[in-house]
Design a protein around this ligand. Structure first.
Ligand SMILES: [Zn+2]
Length: 346
């Protein structure tokens, strides 16, 4: 902390960044959402505040239903290949303009297909890859796609999604398991993730996000049973110091998203987030944006929180980004092409 000086928003934006945890299906640019919504039957309130309230999550959640409605609205707009390609292209553009040089985008094929049965997994994926490829021709950014399996789906459905990811391992870098945690038993999914790993797909798992009793243990299960190389969130290990040591010792990077954790009330206040404690304990931490569309946020906002509430300065940001650059699932030669420092392993 010796070099700690408050960075200006422009200085934060200029930091070369890595974002390992960004949900592409929840990354629609606000202006695009407003442009598309009327065609899908959504009335747009003329008052800006009311409009934001209708579609965005910008304050801590008090009731889950209103939040789910907002995700449902965003889901309804993912209605054509053209829209999906545009979404991916704009997500890359927005990330690059925020200083992101290495970007991992993840999406759940079921989340889109459930609302739009005519969009097969294949069509969805081709559209996203098209948007990313168009963006990569314009901006020097390394981009990778992660396929999300939803905990709420049956093992049979999960198996079809894993098969889909394996069939497209040239354009997927890894697989993820997401959705609410509620005492989820990972064992029935273990063989699916072993199969993905055997086919050279990397594994990250959402775990240890919500303040449940089982939450810290789910981090260990994700690592030991599902073979997670990184953990999405993982911050609830703070409730069990043995697990903090386990994660540190195994050198498993956590994909931390402080603003998201605050909005979902993983911790009551931004200053209660365990970012600084885990950092000082030697856990490998990375800073990520999670759902920048629905939250109307940028990765820079996470840095703002980290510096304002947890005294992160340039040295911490540099280190967190080097950790993330090393932990990325994108082939190292692609990452190294855009990254300003040599990428070493964690
Ligand atoms: Zn997430």
């Amino acid at each position: 902390m010796s070099d700690f000086t408050l960075l200006s928003p422009a200085q934060i934006r200029a930091i070369p960044k890595v974002d390992l945890h960004r949900h592409l299906d929840c990354s629609m640019r606000w202006s695009t959402l407003c442009e598309l919504a009327p065609a899908f039957g959504f009335e747009l309130p003329s008052n800006q505040a009311a409009r934001r309230e209708k579609f965005l999550v910008t304050e801590p959640m008090v009731d889950l239903n209103s939040v789910l409605q907002k995700f449902g609205a965003a889901q309804k707009l993912l209605a054509s290949e053209q829209i999906l390609s545009r979404l991916a292209y704009e997500a890359c553009e927005d990330a690059y303009n925020d200083g992101v040089l290495v970007l991992e985008l993840r999406y759940a094929p079921n989340f889109i297909n459930d609302a739009h049965p005519h969009l097969t997994f294949e069509k969805i994926h081709v559209a996203f890859v098209d948007g990313i490829e168009r963006a990569k021709k314009i901006w020097p950014i390394a981009v990778g796609l992660i396929c999300i399996i939803q905990k709420t789906k049956s093992v049979a459905v999960a198996a079809t999604v894993i098969d889909f990811a394996i069939d497209h391992r040239e354009t997927f870098i890894g697989v993820d398991l997401a959705d609410p945690e509620n005492d989820f038993d990972p064992r029935p999914m273990a063989s699916l993730f072993q199969r993905a790993k055997a086919e050279s797909l990397h594994i990250t798992i959402h775990a240890g996000e919500t303040p449940l009793l089982s939450s810290p243990g789910s981090v260990q299960e994700s690592i030991e049973i599902l073979g997670a190389e990184r953990i999405g969130h993982g911050i609830q290990i703070i409730r069990d110091l043995g697990l903090v040591e386990f994660v540190r010792f195994r050198r498993i990077p956590l994909e931390v998203c402080p603003w998201s954790n605050y909005l979902t009330q993983a911790f009551p206040r931004l200053e209660d987030h365990p970012l600084r404690i885990l950092w000082n304990a030697g856990v490998l931490l990375t800073l990520n944006s999670d759902d920048p569309g629905i939250f109307d946020s940028r990765l820079s906002d996470e840095y703002e929180i980290a510096q304002r509430y947890h005294q992160f300065g340039l040295s911490e940001f540099t280190r967190a980004n080097d950790v993330a650059a090393a932990a990325s699932f994108i082939p190292v030669q692609e990452r190294q092409k855009v990254w300003p420092r040599q990428i070493l392993s964690n």
